[in-house]
Design a protein around this ligand. Structure first.
Ligand SMILES: *[C@@H]1O[C@H](CO)[C@@H](O)[C@H](O)[C@H]1NC(C)=O
Ligand SMILES: *[C@@H]1O[C@H](CO)[C@@H](O)[C@H](O)[C@H]1NC(C)=O
Ligand SMILES: *[C@@H]1O[C@H](CO)[C@@H](O)[C@H](O)[C@H]1NC(C)=O
Length: 238
């Protein structure tokens, strides 16, 4: 009887090996990796033929371009506006910068002593002007625009570089900006290196004030950083 069973097993293997419709085989790990490789090859070589689904067409990322009324080429502008923030001597209130639309919908008048929202002014003149930055913006108000880059999945602001890492595209680059160290603190933002003025008024109205930021050696390692150098920045998408 054991011999008989063995014979059946042999027949089963032979049928399996030579039959045309056998599916009862096991894939070895190397078979599987061959299949994966072929799938990957077909996927990448035929990707161009593959129509975009409506959801993929809609994918995009948004970012604020500080200091400009327009968006970089091939991006959509969501809106343009004016940079707003907290008053430079206030202790409470927000520390972030806002890109406020030029066509606001205003609430009703309210009297209280809560924090206010102020426009931002460039405090950049010959005493602290980063080289390459426009020289005529002192006390001018600061435009901004919200831009949308279609077909990208990620957006990243890098302080300390003007170019993006491999595989990323620079949307714009410029200088790291924040409040003066003796004023109320505010976020760092990346100001476009070709910043412009909101309008032609240059009265010293104060509000939220923008100053370039320098690198300070110590806990910040030098090299690679360098003491008292203007900090560059860029906004990257991928
Ligand atoms: C402003 O007040 C009026 C009158 O009370 C009210 O009808 C309106 O909805 C208010 N507007 C807003 C934006 O709250
Ligand atoms: C330049 O800006 C600084 C900082 O706001 C200010 O203290 C200084 O008076 C300005 N200098 C000129 C020449 O406007
Ligand atoms: C500022 O004034 C100049 C000269 O009068 C004018 O050409 C320009 O359009 C004005 N800019 C703005 C933003 O109003």
């Amino acid at each position: 009887m054991p011999t008989y069973g063995f014979a059946i097993a042999i027949v089963a293997i032979v049928v399996c090996a030579y039959g045309h419709d056998c599916t009862k085989y096991n894939l070895t790990p190397s078979d599987q990796s061959l299949i994966d490789m072929m799938k990957h090859y077909l996927h990448t070589s035929r990707k161009a033929d593959c129509p975009l689904t409506p959801i993929q067409q809609d994918i995009g990322v948004t970012y604020v371009r500080w200091g400009k009324k327009t968006c970089p080429g091939n991006t959509d502008i969501v809106y343009s506006g004016q940079t707003g923030g907290n008053y430079y001597t206030n202790n409470g209130g927000g520390s972030n910068w806002l890109c406020l639309p030029n066509d606001p919908e205003n609430g009703n008048v309210s009297s209280n002593s809560n924090d206010g929202l102020y426009g931002a002014e460039y405090q950049i003149n010959s005493s602290n002007n980063p080289s390459g930055f426009p020289t005529n913006l002192y006390n001018k108000e600061v435009p901004c625009s919200v831009c949308r880059r279609k077909g990208k999945f990620s957006v990243l602001v890098i302080a300390g570089k003007k170019s993006c890492y491999k595989g990323w595209k620079s949307e714009y680059s410029g200088f790291l900006i924040s409040e003066y160290k003796g004023h109320t603190n505010a976020d760092f933002i990346c100001m476009d290196g070709e910043a412009e003025q909101l309008d032609n008024r240059s009265s010293n109205e104060e509000g939220a004030l923008l100053y370039p930021v320098r690198a300070k050696c110590g806990s910040l390692r030098c090299p690679p950083y360098k003491d008292n150098t203007v900090v560059l920045c860029t906004v990257c998408t991928k």
